[in-house]
Every structure is written in structure tokens, then in C-alpha cells.
Design a protein around this ligand. Structure first.
Ligand SMILES: Nc1nc2c(ncn2[C@@H]2O[C@H](COP(=O)(O)OP(=O)(O)OP(=O)(O)O)[C@@H](O)[C@H]2O)c(=O)[nH]1
Ligand SMILES: [Mg+2]
Ligand SMILES: [Zn+2]
Length: 300
């Protein structure tokens, strides 16, 4: 028996990596009974006499698991967002940030297609960068196609561990991974000008070793569920609000209807970016308004 990591899964096969070798394996029959589906990123025990006919035996406990993309044991989430085509959306950035914060994954924001912006739009992007970095998030503006400094900054900030590229279709996730590892030669899409979005060029999740890190390219998705998040926890996923929370009059302030709320004051004065607060209110409304989750009733 050996221990390895699932780095790719295609049509019922799990590709397990250990010591420079990749083994093609299948899940054992009783996996289904136990209701265990191996995920990319899982550490597993497996058995194999050769490279193509292995059997997965067990899955080690996960540090975390994401539903979208479906991966386990993630350390870092790189939000890949294009500046244009598709348009930059601070709403989506904030949504991804909340999702990552809620799953205890360190976020990095990487903005592509800066080369397609005019000077005014570039200045706007720098303003976002200044704000996000002031609240503790690394935001990297791509210098594609010229230098390598944005790539270096990304690799440095990922460090060791497993990173997942997440973002809309056409944002440039595969292009970015190709810049980091030209030998991967991943397929990338055309910019679809009519739709303003790509056509889901990448169709599966796979972990690629890049320096000391493992990076997962993923298929694009344009939204992400906040389904596991409770309303009371939402403020804690906004570091800009968290920094002021102690100065609100009420402990456990939700920064909505409470009087003497320091966060609301900061929004009014521009100290907290108004779009951050708007997005907070939208997520809050969504969470409070969602239908109660299905609760299994005991059979009588
Ligand atoms: N000008 C410019 N084009 C870019 C940049 N990054 C990506 N692109 C282009 O954007 C298009 C889409 O890039 P992809 O890398 O396929 O996007 P993706 O995020 O992998 O998309 P999916 O696999 O569908 O999720 C390609 O035509 C890229 O060449 C950039 O920084 N500047
Ligand atoms: Mg892709
Ligand atoms: Zn408050």
C-alpha cells in the first residue's frame, strides 16, 4: 500500500501522484457505499502493481473541501479576474473573497488584461488595488505580455502548498498557468467579443506542480454559492469591517440597523469603500432570504 495525492480525475479514473510517478487508479467498490468520492487534492492510500491498474483504498481527512471548483486541501485561492472582456467586477471579487474567507483559504487577487485598458481605466484599477491591499489582500495587476514581475509576485505570494485558480470563463486562468509553465501548453480560448465572455475552454480540474506549489487550473464559473455561510458570520469575512467592529456601540453589531455603528460611519466618510458595504448588504440579504435548508425528518 502507498500514500499519494489525487491530482487529476477523468471518467472514473483517479490519477494519484507519489514520488515522481502517476498511477491510474479506480475507487474501490465500497467507496460508493461509504459515500466517499475522492476529490482532486485528496491524500489517499492505494494499491498498485503497475501504473495503470491501481485501486484506491482510503481517503485521508481533509483540511477543507470546495464545491466549486471541486477540490480538497486548498491553501490558497487565486481570484483571476479580467480587467475587461469580461469586465472587472468588484462584486464578484468580494463574493469570491467571502467564499474563500469562509473556507479558511488565503486569497490572492490577480487581474489580467491590464494591457487592454486605457489610462483612465488603469487608474481605476490602481484604486481598487490600493483599497484591497489596505485591507490586507494581495492584488496583482498583470504586466502581460511584457515582463515577468507580476508572475514572480504571484509565485512568491502562493509560496508552498496548493493553490486554486478561480474565476469566470475567459478571465485568463489557463493563459496565466501557461505563462508560469509554458511546457503545459494548456488550451486557451478566444476572447468572444460578441458575448463578452469565453466558452469554457477548460473542462476539468488538474493539479500542476509549479515551483514549490501545486496549482489547479479550473473551468470558469461566474458565480459561487454562499450556501454554507450564516448571516451572523458574514461581517467577520470583511476585514475592513472587522478592524472597526470594536468601535461599534453594540457587540455583535451587524452594521445594518444598529445605531452608533462605526462601520456605517466609515462608509459615509469614505474610509470603507462604499461598494464593499453594498456587496455586504446584498450578500446579507441573500443569506437571510434563502429558503431554509432541507432538514431530514425522523421517520416514524
Ligand atoms: N490581451 C490579453 N489577453 C489575455 C490576457 N489573459 C488572457 N488573455 C486572453 O483571454 C482569452 C481567454 O483566456 P483563457 O486563459 O482561455 O481563459 P480561462 O480563464 O482559462 O477560461 P475557461 O477555461 O473557459 O474558464 C484568451 O484568448 C487569452 O489569450 C491578458 O492579460 N491580456
Ligand atoms: Mg481555462
Ligand atoms: Zn457596526
Amino acid at each position: 500500500m502507498q500514500k499519494g495525492q489525487v491530482r487529476k480525475a477523468i471518467s472514473g479514473f483517479y490519477y494519484v501522484y507519489v514520488d515522481g510517478q502517476t498511477y491510474q487508479t479506480r475507487g474501490r467498490g465500497n467507496f460508493r457505499v461509504k459515500n466517499m468520492a475522492p476529490l482532486i487534492g485528496d491524500f489517499v492510500d492505494f494499491e498498485s502493481d503497475n501504473l495503470t491498474e491501481g485501486v484506491l483504498l482510503d481517503i485521508y481527512p481533509r483540511k477543507n473541501e470546495l464545491v466549486r471548483p471541486t477540490v480538497a486541501n486548498v491553501d490558497c485561492g487565486v481570484i483571476v479576474m479580467s480587467a475587461i472582456e469580461p469586465d472587472f467586477s468588484s462584486y464578484l471579487v468580494d463574493r469570491f473573497l467571502v467564499y474563500l474567507e469562509a473556507n479558511n483559504i488565503s486569497p490572492i487577487i490577480y487581474v489580467t488584461k491590464i494591457d487592454l485598458l486605457d489610462e483612465t481605466a488603469k487608474a481605476d484599477m490602481l484604486e481598487y488595488k490600493t483599497y484591497y491591499e489596505s485591507i490586507g489582500y494581495k492584488m496583482i495587476l498583470s504586466d502581460y505580455p511584457a515582463g515577468a514581475s507580476s508572475l514572480e509576485a504571484l509565485v512568491t505570494n502562493i509560496g508552498k502548498g496548493m493553490a486554486v485558480f478561480m474565476g469566470q470563463s475567459g478571465a485568463g486562468k489557463s493563459t496565466l498557468l501557461n505563462q508560469l509553465m509554458p511546457e503545459l501548453d494548456l488550451q486557451t480560448g478566444e476572447i468572444s467579443t460578441s458575448l463578452g465572455r469565453g466558452r469554457h475552454t477548460t473542462r476539468h480540474v488538474e493539479l500542476h506542480p509549479v515551483g514549490d506549489a501545486l496549482i489547479a487550473d479550473t473551468p470558469g464559473f461566474s458565480t459561487i454559492d454562499l450556501i454554507d455561510i450564516e448571516a451572523v458570520d458574514l461581517p467577520s469575512f470583511f476585514p475592513d469591517f472587522e478592524a472597526l467592529r470594536d468601535q461599534c456601540r453594540f457587540g455583535g453589531c451587524m452594521h445594518i440597523n444598529e445605531p452608533n455603528c462605526r462601520v456605517k460611519e466609515a462608509v459615509a466618510s469614505g474610509e470603507v469603500a462604499p461598494y464593499r458595504y453594498e456587496h455586504y448588504l446584498q450578500f446579507h440579504e441573500e443569506i437571510v432570504g434563502r429558503k431554509p435548508m432541507y432538514i431530514k425528518k425522523n421517520k416514524r
